[in-house]
Design a protein around this ligand. Structure first.
Ligand SMILES: C[S@@+](CC[C@H](N)C(=O)[O-])C[C@H]1O[C@@H](n2cnc3c(N)ncnc32)[C@H](O)[C@@H]1O
Length: 230
């Protein structure tokens, strides 16, 4: 039965079994890359995050959302496809102010909401896992003018791969806590192809940075994109 369940559901189920659902202390920094402690922090979202409205797409256990709500007093909504992840995020950080976790598909959440955000972000979350031609315009509609979309994705050249040569998704895998791998579809764009899709959605590419992680060899592991609503 589980072999046919959503890979993200199985991932959350195994994590929930392995890690206790307990209150956690709030992380001291925001992590965008595969190597904790490297890369930029929350400053790439906006110069001043106090009381700003932020949306995370694919928040998982909610570590970054908790950091932003606590450290900056931002009002953060974290959306995740899997109810078990949302439950886990609430068990870790549900006690904090200014923080809301919602279960739902990123695209459906955006389509159902009329809220406008000061920044929207995703850290190895829904961006890259949902068709960009649908998700990016929906994000634009929910960003205030001049505001930032920031997202990190697995680098399209990680482990010697090649970025997509067209706009279709490729085959990737979710590695579960027990080390088995389940297939997923992922849009594996390089910065240039992201720029094209962002532009079509009314977003301007501000930066594309790549990060390495010595544990994963010489290839870059993370691509971090920031874009602004025109
Ligand atoms: C690799 S985890 C990253 C979680 C978190 N951002 C972090 O850095 O710890 C990817 C998350 O995206 C969620 N996800 C996958 N597809 C999604 C979608 N269409 N809408 C919302 N969340 C999604 C998964 O359930 C999973 O929790």
């Amino acid at each position: 039965m589980l072999a046919q369940a959503s890979p993200w559901y199985v991932h959350a189920l195994q994590r929930t079994t392995a890690t206790p659902a307990e209150p956690l202390s709030v992380p001291a920094r925001m992590e965008w890359t595969t190597r904790p402690g490297s890369g930029p922090g929350a400053e790439i979202l906006a110069p001043d995050l106090r009381r700003k409205r932020l949306l995370e797409l694919g928040c998982g256990p909610g570590h970054n959302a908790a950091h932003l709500a606590t450290r900056y007093g931002a009002h953060v909504t974290g959306v995740d496809l899997v109810g078990l992840q949302v439950r886990r995020a609430r068990s870790h950080y549900g006690r904090l102010n200014n923080l809301t976790f919602v279960a739902g598909h990123a695209l459906h959440y955006l389509q159902a909401s009329d809220e406008r955000f000061d920044a929207i972000y995703s850290v190895f979350g829904a961006i890259g896992l949902v068709a960009p031609e649908l998700l990016l315009p929906a994000i634009t509609q929910h960003l205030k003018p001049g505001c930032t979309l920031a997202f990190s994705v697995p680098h399209p050249q990680r482990g010697g791969r090649r970025p997509s040569t067209d706009d279709r998704p490729g085959r990737d895998y979710v590695t579960l806590p027990d080390r088995t791998r389940l297939p997923i579809a992922r849009w594996e764009f390089d910065a240039e192809r992201w720029e094209k899709h962002l532009g079509r959605a009314g977003l301007w590419l501000a930066s594309a940075q790549e990060f390495h992680d010595a544990r994963h060899g010489l290839w870059p592991t993370t691509l971090l994109i920031t874009a602004r609503k025109l």
